[in-house]
Ligand binder design. Structure first.
Ligand SMILES: *Cc1c(COP(=O)(O)O)cnc(C)c1O
Length: 392
């Protein structure tokens, strides 16, 4: 059976060249970068080479890059670090209703610790309105955290404009760019952001790797205390093979970006148009054009997202739904709720995210099986028009 992986927003395969570059650091080049003998110096040099590559991808200075264990740690670091370092100035944080849980749950925890958090709404396409940010800023605001691109619906936020508004009031601006890095061009100097989170495994690097860009002079405290690694910004012996892999993934992302964007946008539009043409009672989630090149997100009325996923899996297709199944109760996605989608429609959500290895044949295969799956599920749904009605 054909197998098609369409969940690149969840994770990606390590690029063969990334693996190649990592291998020596899992074998003979095992030194601790803090050691002064040759093994240590070589490991240290590899870490600094990776830092330079990542900085180049973002238009940053290498000294502004701190390696972390991933997007989640970078988000925690940004929010908690700025909150701790600026609590004298104020206790107000602004974020949005559609952030990743790494930001949302950290903000909720900070609320328990005495911070006040404003969660900005979004419009029906998932866009934050700049005037809402303007209105929410107060003299007590110490941080604005708004994601670059949404992981579920793919909408790309107007980050340069939002950062300009925050910065004009002297407020630190963080963006979770985990989904944006490697998929769209990013220059931290042009965007004027202070902090930016990224993750290795979303850009064909290894899992458990990531970084936080920290603009020079930003008031922030470290999250992890201990040794003097990462110039005391992040204690703990460096994940040298992981960092080397992330560095290589960053270099490849920069080199391949134009081809990746073109390839993914073509496949995405083929997929979106194909689904909209072949299936009725379907809604495209997220902005039609202001969206990630590889993201296609839908809600199918009268269908359970979970059943859709199981049936796609049986057809060899890996996809994702917006609902998180918690303790047996299906909670509709907070992102789809924020778009104003009714819960019963949000339950029929499906996210297909493309990657560099996907082909037109992959998309055609999905388009050949998805309409039948949806039709079959609707045929047994008591809610669907023409579906099976239970006798009462
Ligand atoms: C995946 C993801 C994260 C978490 O990154 P990890 O490296 O898996 O911890 C954070 N934010 C967004 C938008 C993501 O897509």
């Amino acid at each position: 059976m054909r197998r098609v992986y369409l969940d690149h927003a969840a994770t990606t395969a390590v690029h063969p060249e990334v693996l190649e570059e990592m291998l020596p650091y899992l074998k003979e080049e095992f030194g601790n970068p803090s050691s002064i003998y040759s093994w240590g110096r070589e490991a240290k040099a590899a870490v600094e080479k990776a830092r330079a590559r990542l900085a180049h991808l973002l238009g940053a200075h290498p000294a502004e890059i701190v390696f972390t264990s991933g997007g989640t740690e970078s988000d925690n670091f940004a929010l908690r670090g700025v909150a701790a370092a600026n609590s004298q100035k104020g206790n107000h944080i602004i974020t949005t209703k559609i952030e990743h849980h790494a930001v949302l749950h950290t903000a909720e925890q900070l609320e328990k610790e005495g911070f006040r958090v404003t969660y900005l709404p979004v419009d029906r396409d998932g866009l934050v309105r700049p005037e809402d940010l303007e209105e929410a800023l107060t003299p007590d605001t110490v941080l604005v955290s708004i994601m670059f691109a949404n992981n579920e619906i793919g909408t790309i936020e107007p980050i340069a404009e939002l950062a300009r508004i925050a910065k004009s009031k002297g407020v630190i601006f963080h963006t979770d760019a985990v989904q944006a890095v490697g998929n769209i061009p990013i220059d931290v100097k042009e965007l004027n952001v202070d902090l930016l989170s990224l993750s290795g495994h979303k850009i064909y690097g290894p899992k458990g790797t990531g970084a936080l860009y920290i603009r020079r002079g930003t008031r922030i405290e470290p999250l992890l205390l201990g040794g003097a690694q990462e110039r005391k910004w992040r204690a703990g012996t460096e994940n040298v093979p992981g960092i080397v892999g992330l560095g290589k993934a960053a270099e490849l992302a920069e080199k391949e970006l134009p081809q990746r964007m073109k390839h993914l946008t073509e496949l995405r539009d083929l997929l979106i148009n194909g689904v909209m043409e072949r299936i009725d009672h379907v809604r495209l989630n997220g902005h039609r054009t202001q969206r990630l090149p590889g993201n296609a997100s839908f809600c199918f009325e009268f269908v359970e997202g979970e059943s859709l996923l199981l049936n796609l899996d049986l057809a060899g297709i890996a996809a994702s739904s917006g609902s998180a199944c918690t303790s047996g109760s299906l909670e509709p996605s907070h992102v789809l709720m924020a778009l104003g989608i009714p819960p019963e429609v949000a339950h029929g959500s499906l996210r297909l995210t493309l990657g560099r290895d996907n082909t037109r044949e992959d998309v055609e295969y999905v388009l050949s099986v998805l309409p039948d799956i949806v039709a079959r599920l609707r045929a047994i749904s008591p809610l669907a028009p023409g579906g099976v009605k239970e006798d009462v």
